[in-house]
Design a binder for this molecule. Structure first.
Ligand code: PMP
Length: 360
């Protein structure tokens, strides 16, 4: 069996051990004579999977008792709407830091619900950096401050989160569980699972429970965070298989030694690719400014379109998948989420060093 060097931006690589375990358990999940997909979501066996996933996330992320973990659907994109519907209330103002296409989308949905304010932005430099915390200017009557902790398309990432004078809400879709964070700093964290957590289909939200009291009464049931909180995310049929896969990924993170160990590995992985960029005498030009570089999505351009095409074609020949950049940045992007092994990053860095000599 040959596994690809998978640099997809999401859905993306999953740990091999997780896939193998899912394969082993597929036809007969722990003596039930059926797969997890076929279990009732009200069964004892499924309940264990569900609660184990929740408990592991709490443990691995050190989530304090003030916060609850919810499993939702609709991707991070539905959170762009749910956040303002639940919290942009009482005539207050939704504050947004614009650091890329995903924060723009979050803002666009909030505008449909209430008043918004751009608290900081790096749009004028094609989102090549994260604005300094000192430059963030909140509006009067701020309902919350929304940030995107890692910008999947532009390849930038927050180092230090702002000490906002309001509730901090973060879209962590593309860097949740990749580094240690202080959850207590956030009123709400949300993430689609399909990068570091598992397959697509489940969205994780970590919410400080006092926020639930602010939610207006008339929201559609499925768009109200309280529905998930009061039912242990079992009000209706949850995405059971995706949550099962999430539980296996979390077991894997625990077996690796936890988020701290993963974080160090991520630094090393991204380090070898950034080194290939920095040591290329400008052949590879990084998109992100140095102090804003993402450890998850590494974006760079090549001298011209023709060379880029050639690079991608040669890369494909060598088994590297998913390296084409997003059209808004151009060039290439290597997404090196938790499950991408160091070996794949080293192989890519090696190829990046050789390519200019032979093909550039
Ligand atoms: N936010 C970020 C930072 C993302 O990377 C993505 C997906 N790539 C989204 C939101 C949208 O997520 P979904 O497809 O789960 O709606």
């Amino acid at each position: 069996m040959k596994r690809a060097y998978n640099f997809n931006a999401g859905p993306s690589a999953l740990p091999l051990a997780v896939l193998q375990r899912a394969q082993q358990e597929l036809l007969d999940f722990r003596g039930t004579g059926m797969s997890v997909m076929e279990l009732s979501h009200r069964s004892k066996e499924y309940d264990e999977v569900h609660n184990r996933a929740k408990q592991l996330l709490k443990e691995l992320m050190n989530i304090p008792d003030t916060h609850d973990v919810l499993f939702l659907q609709g991707g991070a994109s539905l959170q762009f709407s749910m956040v303002p519907m639940n919290f942009l209330t009482d005539g207050r103002v939704g504050n947004y830091v614009l650091t890329g296409a995903w924060s723009e989308k979050a803002l666009k949905e909030a505008k449909k619900v209430g008043e918004t304010h751009i608290a900081a932005s790096s749009k004028e430099e094609n989102y090549a950096y994260i604005p300094a915390n000192e430059s963030i200017q909140l509006s009067e009557e701020a309902a919350y401050l929304h940030i995107t902790s890692n910008n999947t398309i532009f390849g930038t990432q927050w180092n230090e989160f702002p000490d906002a004078d309001t509730d901090l809400i973060a879209d962590m879709s593309s860097d949740i569980l990749s580094r240690e964070i202080d959850v207590a700093k956030f009123a709400l964290i949300y993430a689609g699972a399909q990068k570091n957590l598992g397959p697509s289909g489940v969205t994780v939200a970590i919410i400080r429970t006092d926020l639930l009291e602010r939610i207006p009464e008339n929201l559609p049931t499925m768009l109200d965070y309280r529905t998930y909180s009061t039912s242990n995310s079992l009000y209706n049929t949850p995405p059971t298989f995706a949550i099962y896969m999430l539980s296996l990924v979390l077991e894997w993170v625990k077996e690796q030694g936890g988020v701290g160990v993963i974080e160090k590995r991520n630094q090393e992985k991204a380090g070898v690719i950034y080194a290939a960029i920095d040591e290329s005498d400008g052949f590879y030009a990084p998109h992100a400014k140095k102090d804003s570089r993402s450890l998850m999505n590494i974006t760079f351009t090549l001298p011209n379109e023709e060379v880029t095409k050639r690079f991608l074609a040669e890369a494909k020949e060598r088994g590297f998948v998913g390296l084409a950049g997003h059209r808004s940045v151009g060039g290439c992007r290597a997404s090196v989420y938790n499950a991408v092994p160091l070996e794949a990053c080293e192989a890519l860095a090696q190829f990046m060093k050789e390519f200019p000599k032979y093909f550039g």
